[in-house]
Design a protein around this ligand. Structure first.
Ligand code: UDP
Ligand code: MG
Length: 325
C-alpha cells in the first residue's frame, strides 16, 4: 500500500487465516471477541492469528490488547496506531500487517457473527475469492441509521460506475490475492467495501442477521456516517461533477427556446410588453454558459482525480497460453 507496509513472510510461514478487527474504545467487547474467535478457530483446527488494531482509544483497549498478546503470543497480534485515524484506516493498517492466506474482516463489537466463518470458508473452497456479508436484518441499529443506510447504498449504486453490493458492510472474507490488490491501491480516502468490489474476481454474498452490539456504544454518529457516505460517493463516482455539465446544457437549451419565443412575440405581437423576454434570454444564457463551462472544468477535474488515485489499471484474473509457443 505504501512504504510503511510490512514485507510479507515467505509462503511457508503464512497462516491459513487472519482475523482483523479495528478497535476504538472497545474495552467492553474485546475479550468476548477474542474468546469467540479463538474457540471457533481451535474447534475447527485452523492455523490462525487475530490482528487487533487499537485506533487511538481513550479507554483501556490497548492494555487489554497487550494482555491478550502476553497470554497468547502465538495467535495474537496487537497494532497500536499513533492516534485515532478512523475505522477505514485502522482496518487498512491491520490488513497491511496480517499474514494469513485468507483474511476475515470483522468489527470488534460482534454485530457480525464470527460463527459464519466456516460457511464463508466453505464458499471460498468452492471458488469464491471474496465472501461478503449482506445484512438481512439490522436488529441493533436505530430507525434513523437504517433509513440513512438504505438511502445511501441505493444512491451509491445509482452513481457508481460498477455495482457495489447493497446492504453490505466491511464484514467479509477475502483471499491473499484480493488483499494484495487492495494493498496496492494507494488512495488516501479509503472506502474499503467499495474498493474490494472494484477489485472484482469471483465475489459471493452470504446473508445474515445483524445483531446489536455486544456492549458499548456505536462509534459512528450521524456526522461520521455522512463523512463515510461522502467518501463512498466521491471515491467511486465523478458523476456529481458531470451534473453541472448536464444542467448547463439544459439551461442553454432553455434559453434558446426563450430566444425563439422572444423573436416570435416581437414579430407577431408588437403590443406585448417589451424587455422581459430579452432579459430572460440573457439571464438564462449566461447562467447556462457558466454551468456549462464549470461542467467542462469538472470533466477535466474528474480525470485528474481518477489519475491521482493511482489505482492499478486492471487486474488479471488468469492467463491461458498455448504452451507450444
Ligand atoms: N472504529 C475504529 N475507529 C473509529 C471508529 C470505529 O476503529 O474511529 C471501529 C469500532 O471499534 C468497530 C468498527 O470500527 O470495531 C465499527 O464501528 P461501530 O461498531 O461503532 O459502527 P456501527 O456498527 O455502529 O456502524
Ligand atoms: Mg458496530
Amino acid at each position: 500500500m505504501n512504504s510503511s507496509q510490512a514485507p510479507l513472510p515467505p509462503e511457508e510461514d503464512r497462516l491459513y487465516l487472519s482475523v482483523v478487527a479495528p478497535c476504538y474504545n472497545e474495552e467492553s467487547v474485546i475479550e468476548e471477541l477474542y474468546k469467540r474467535v479463538t474457540s471457533l478457530c481451535q474447534k475447527h483446527g485452523y492455523s490462525y492469528e487475530i490482528v487487533l488494531v487499537n485506533d487511538g482509544s481513550l479507554d483501556s483497549t490497548w492494555e487489554i490488547h497487550q494482555q491478550l498478546c502476553a497470554n497468547d503470543p502465538e495467535h495474537m497480534v496487537a497494532v497500536n496506531l499513533s492516534r485515532n485515524f478512523g475505522h477505514q484506516l485502522a482496518l487498512s493498517a491491520g490488513l497491511s500487517v496480517c499474514r494469513g492466506e485468507r483474511i476475515l474482516i470483522i468489527d470488534a463489537d460482534l454485530q457480525d457473527p464470527p460463527e459464519l466463518l466456516p460457511d464463508m470458508l466453505r464458499k471460498m473452497d468452492e471458488g469464491a475469492e471474496v465472501v461478503y456479508g449482506v445484512r438481512r436484518t439490522r436488529y441493533g441499529d436505530s430507525f434513523l441509521k437504517r433509513t440513512a443506510c438504505t438511502v445511501f447504498y441505493r444512491c451509491l449504486l445509482l452513481l457508481s460506475d460498477y455495482p457495489i453490493p447493497l446492504d453490505s458492510g466491511d464484514f467479509r472474507l477475502i483471499n491473499r490475492r484480493v488483499l494484495d490488490a487492495l494493498n496496492s491501491m494507494p488512495e488516501r480516502h479509503r472506502f474499503l467495501r467499495g474498493m474490494i468490489s472494484w477489485i472484482g474476481y469471483n465475489q459471493v454474498p452470504i446473508h445474515y442477521d445483524r445483531d446489536s452490539r455486544f456492549a458499548g456504544e456505536t462509534k459512528y454518529p450521524l456526522r461520521r456516517l455522512i463523512a463515510l457516505a461522502i467518501d463512498g460517493i466521491t471515491t467511486f463516482s465523478v458523476k456529481p461533477l458531470r451534473l453541472s455539465f448536464i444542467s448547463g446544457l439544459g439551461a442553454l437549451l432553455f434559453s434558446l427556446l426563450l430566444f425563439i419565443y422572444a423573436i416570435i412575440s416581437w414579430y407577431f405581437f408588437p403590443d406585448a410588453p417589451r424587455g422581459w423576454a430579452s432579459l430572460m434570454v440573457v439571464v438564462s444564457m449566461l447562467g447556462g454558459m457558466q454551468l456549462f463551462v464549470l461542467g467542462i472544468l469538472g470533466e477535466y477535474l474528474g480525470r485528474v482525480y481518477e489519475q491521482s488515485k493511482s489505482r492499478p489499471l486492471f487486474l488479471i484474473e488468469s492467463i491461458k497460453r498455448d504452451s507450444m509457443q
